[in-house]
Design a protein around this ligand. Structure first.
Ligand SMILES: O=C(O)C(=O)C[C@@H](O)[C@H](O)CO
Ligand SMILES: [Mg+2]
Length: 382
């Protein structure tokens, strides 16, 4: 079998799908994208074409190494997201060619169902109580929300109290019958992270995510020494070589590699294994589309230390497109009681509605995250 064509489709809400065709008529789909830089990733995918056209798609490991090492420069959000989507599509082809789901090629199921969580609130975490109530009726008992709005490197007790007050309201409304992660989203710098973690202790969140920006990953261990709250990060780390430093330095209880940013299934399987060796839990990041989620699930269902899976149903970013809009086999994404079952079909398990994808790609938005500024006019982390 030979790779014959790569086609990319940017489409609402902020996703990009990649279709890889072969001379055997088997097609694989991937989701290479960086939110807000889809065009850059699209260019990167097509710059990899000369390494892929005419090659045997079953040689995923060799093609991965060629893409990673063959161009001298390596790593980073754009190139690793391009490799991620190509890798996903190659695994999709392999599974379809052999007639089995990818998790069978990775050694088979370690669990019968996978725990999911739902986002509540938006960019500015306002009223999450109503969201939690609604989603609990749908069977979810685990949630995630932004922990604060803009936060200065040093900020006021009032700002801290406003952020912590929202968490206190959740516990007052639901007690400890629900679990939630608090995403600091990199908005809180190292000085205030210590303050916030101390004030959040009594409310026992399941985890705090991106307690500082990935570029301050040496801080994780220092923060972990000050709090019992499990710390999580990983969506802005792009290879096992970045995660290596975090495992060695310590401090993270949960790693959240993104299957569409960190080199795909091939790379995230290696990250998952490294995490297990350090007794670190795996909770893949996935605020994206169905192919990205399907790739996450393939890794979740074969990784002993996978504990939680993010999914984007109802997420505040999904304006103009919802998780399963471009999926024909919607029923296979069977979520019940906050768990999802393994996707049964060969490959990644997603039957893409290609006609709808092509149509949607004609009006693809150039999504960008908002640019926030502090009261003094300086740029604020979003
Ligand atoms: O889902 C998460 O944990 C996020 O922090 C969302 C963030 O990754 C946005 O997708 C960036 O545009
Ligand atoms: Mg996050």
């Amino acid at each position: 079998m030979k790779i014959t064509k790569l086609t990319t489709y940017r489409l609402a809400p902020r996703w990009m799908f990649l279709k890889i065709e072969t001379d055997a008529g088997i097609t694989g789909w991937g989701e290479p994208v960086i939110e807000g830089k889809a065009r850059s990733v699209e260019a990167a995918v097509h710059e990899f074409e000369p390494y892929l056209i005419g090659q045997d798609p079953s040689r995923i490991n060799d093609l991965w190494q060629v893409m990673y090492r063959g161009g001298f420069y390596r790593g980073g959000a754009i190139l690793m997201s391009a490799i991620a989507g190509i890798d996903q599509a190659l695994w999709d082809i392999k599974g379809k060619a052999l007639g089995v789901p990818v998790y069978e090629l990775l050694g088979g199921l370690v669990r019968d169902k996978m725990k999911m969580y739902s986002w509540v609130g938006g960019d500015r975490p306002a009223d999450v109580i109503a969201d939690i109530k609604r989603l609990r009726e749908g069977g979810f008992d685990t949630f995630k929300m932004n922990g604060s709005e803009e936060m200065g490197l040093i900020d006021s007790a009032a700002k801290v109290d406003a952020a912590v007050g929202r968490i206190a309201e959740i516990r007052a409304a639901f007690g400890f019958d629900i679990e939630f992660g608090i995403d600091f989203h990199g908005r809180i710098g190292a000085p205030m992270a210590k303050v916030m973690l101390r004030e959040l202790e009594p409310y026992r969140p399941l985890f705090v995510e991106e307690p500082v920006l990935a570029e301050q990953d040496e801080t994780y261990a220092r923060l972990a020494a000050h709090t019992s709250i499990p710390l999580a990060a990983g969506e802005r780390m792009y290879s096992r070589f970045e995660f290596k430093r975090v495992f060695q330095g310590g401090g993270l209880s949960i790693v959240q590699p993104d299957l569409s940013h960190a080199g795909g299934i091939t790379e995230c399987m290696k990250i998952a294994g490294m995490a297990e060796a350090y007794d670190v839990a795996l909770a893949p990041h996935c605020p994206l589309g169905p192919i990205a989620l399907a790739a996450c699930l393939q890794v979740d269902f074969v990784s002993h230390n996978a504990v939680l899976q993010e999914q984007s149903m109802g997420i505040h970013y999904n304006k103009g497109g919802e998780l399963l809009d471009y999926v024909l086999n919607k029923d296979d994404f069977h979520i019940e009681g906050g768990y999802i079952l393994p996707l049964p079909k060969p490959g990644l398990g997603v039957e893409v509605d290609e006609a709808r994808v092509i149509e949607a790609s004609k009006t693809a938005p150039d999504w960008r995250n908002p640019l926030w500024r502090h009261a003094d006019g300086s740029v604020a982390e979003w």
